[in-house]
Ligand binder design. Structure first.
Ligand code: ADP
Length: 533
């Protein structure tokens, strides 16, 4: 009687066990397929497989791109001994069709476990290994170990095998998700680190991506720009200052398969204007519905400036060079007329003007050549070791004294002003340009003071006038090539806008610095420094 009862009990507990296994299987399948993070999917699979089979440890090895297997998750085994389990991953047979699956087994697995367990110092006695298969492709192997001697039964294998089918799907999904996430991360990084500005708009023109380069260009923080309509962030203006986006939104001109290029100016928070070129590339779905617009934004301020310089250059050159040439030609034509008799005085005056204008032409051409050398970085200096700036200034001033009687010159150098190592001829050019400007831009006359002082490591020289002065926002641009301030005087004074550019090039080639302090109507003081060594 007792015996029968015991047999019944054992039958019942076996049923219970199998029922529990099935319930487990259902729960786990749900949990597995709802997770997409590969490490936690693997951990979940392994913990449940071990628990279901009353195992004490386990491993999941996944197939790598190079077809080798690598342990990607473990259960109940100390991390540091995992390398010892590598023999279990050797000789894993590949699958050749579904039929093969039932006969799939790793050769000598039980023997290998004995070796591994001895090396790891663990009492692992039994092992079961089942393949993770998707569409007849082996993607990994799941191992469960027992420390007790009870071998894994056929039922255990069956349970693990149906579980393995579900697990393989979860692993494949999580792996794909991982790949897609990595790909997205890579694309995000490419966009974020692109040297050009990039923004991605949704179909309504709202900003969904705004990269770092664009943030630098526009002064907008990405978090502030995100979600706003793009015309609020990039208020594109045309050359006349009209808001292009408000009057005629460029995005209305988009059509499938065609990019759109627009140029305009945007104003940064501080008021600085940046010229940009934007290429809008629309993305459509299969039904030709607009999904996104990718906008590449290029800073074209420098190109615009270069274009402006080019056109200024042409107009300045044609004006400045043609004037002396036509004066020379006029006088030469007049003097050589055969029907006229010129007295000696008229001839001398005419020749003097021809000589003066030829000198002016010569200076203009030299300035142009110097400017192109400076631009190419090949302005040569011939350094001597005892340039005496007070004496040099004295000589320059003597030359100019004769040209004006409404300006008074004052020199103020301390008697111990030290000699410097410099190219004297080039220094003379700097001083001449500054004095020439001081005269030109103080048409009412006044004092022109020249002086200097020395520090331990440098000397500073200044030229100060009482002329029309220069507004603060124009002061840094004076030293650019061909830049002439649009003052009332511009048309009345000769000049190519090269004098200060050359002064800066020469001073900087000496290792010094040049700057101006000025205010409109208050005169200007130009300073430059030269290192003493
Ligand atoms: P240019 O005199 O040939 O125009 P420069 O390069 O010497 O060219 O000077 C650039 C511009 O800087 C001038 O056109 C003028 O507007 C301004 N400038 C230079 N020196 C003075 C000065 N001493 N006072 C006022 N404006 C000046």
């Amino acid at each position: 009687m007792r015996y029968i009862r015991k047999g019944l009990d054992r039958g019942k507990s076996m049923q219970d066990y199998q029922l529990r296994q099935r319930e487990y299987l259902l729960q786990i399948s749900r949990a597995m397929t709802s997770k997409l993070d590969l490490p936690s999917v693997l951990r979940l699979i392994l913990e449940n497989a071990a628990e279901m089979l009353q195992g004490h440890g386990g491993l999941i090895a996944l197939r790598q791109d190079d077809d080798n297997f690598r342990v990607r998750a473990s259960y109940g085994l100390p991390r540091q001994i995992l390398p010892l389990f590598s023999p279990l991953l050797d000789d894993i047979p590949h699958l050749t069709g579904r039929a093969h699956l039932s006969r799939w087994q790793i050769p000598d697995l039980q023997i290998k476990l004995g070796i591994v367990a001895a090396a790891a110092g663990m009492a692992l006695r039994q092992v079961v290994a089942l393949p993770l298969v998707i569409e007849e492709e082996l993607i990994g192997v799941i191992y469960v170990f027992r420390t007790s001697g009870t071998a894994f039964s056929v039922n255990d294998r069956q349970v693990l095998s149906s579980f393995a089918d579900q697990a393989a799907i979860a692993v494949r999904n999580a792996s794909l998700y991982q790949q897609v996430s990595a790909e997205k991360g890579r694309l995000d990084a490419i966009i974020e680190h692109s040297a050009d500005g990039v923004m991605i708009l949704d179909c309504q023109g709202r900003i969904t991506v705004f990269n770092r380069a664009l943030a630098d260009m526009t002064g907008w923080r990405p978090e502030d720009a995100m979600g706003r309509p793009c015309h609020e962030v990039l208020q594109l203006r045309n050359r006349r200052g009209e808001d292009i986006c408000r009057s005629d939104c460029p995005l209305r001109g988009l059509s499938p398969g065609a990019d759109l290029y627009v140029e305009g100016d945007i104003e940064r928070a501080g008021g600085a204007v940046v010229s940009v070129g934007i290429t809008y590339s629309p993305l459509y779905d299969e039904e030709d519905r607009l999904i996104n617009i990718i906008a590449n934004v290029y800073d074209i301020t420098r190109f615009r400036e270069a274009e402006e310089i080019k056109s200024t250059f042409i107009s300045v050159i044609s004006h400045e060079l043609k004037t002396p040439v036509s004066i020379i030609k006029g006088y030469a034509d007049t003097l050589r007329r055969e029907d006229a008799q010129w007295d000696e005085e008229t001839v001398r005056e005419g020749l003097a003007i021809i000589e003066e204008e030829s000198d002016r032409l010569d200076r203009l051409i030299s300035d142009l050549l110097d400017a192109s050398r400076a631009q190419a970085g090949s302005l040569k200096l011939e350094m001597g070791d005892d340039a005496h700036i007070p004496k040099l200034t004295q000589r320059v001033v003597e030359g100019f004294r004769l040209q004006t009687d409404i300006h008074q010159f004052e020199l103020d150098f301390p008697p111990d002003f030290p000699p410097v190592i410099a190219d004297q001829e080039r220094l003379r050019q700097v001083l001449s340009n500054l004095v020439n400007n001081a005269i030109k831009y103080s048409p009412e006359g006044g004092k022109i003071r020249l002086g200097g002082y020395a520090d331990r490591d440098k000397v500073t020289v200044y030229v100060a006038d009482e002329g029309i002065g220069i507004p603060l926002d124009e002061q840094s641009r004076l030293f650019q090539r061909f830049y002439r301030l649009d003052s009332g005087l511009r048309r009345r004074t000769q000049g190519m806008g090269l004098g200060l550019y050359l002064c800066r090039a020469i001073v900087e080639a000496h290792g010094g610095r040049i700057w101006v302090e000025s205010a409109p109507g208050q005169g200007s003081t130009f300073y430059f420094t030269l290192p003493r060594q």
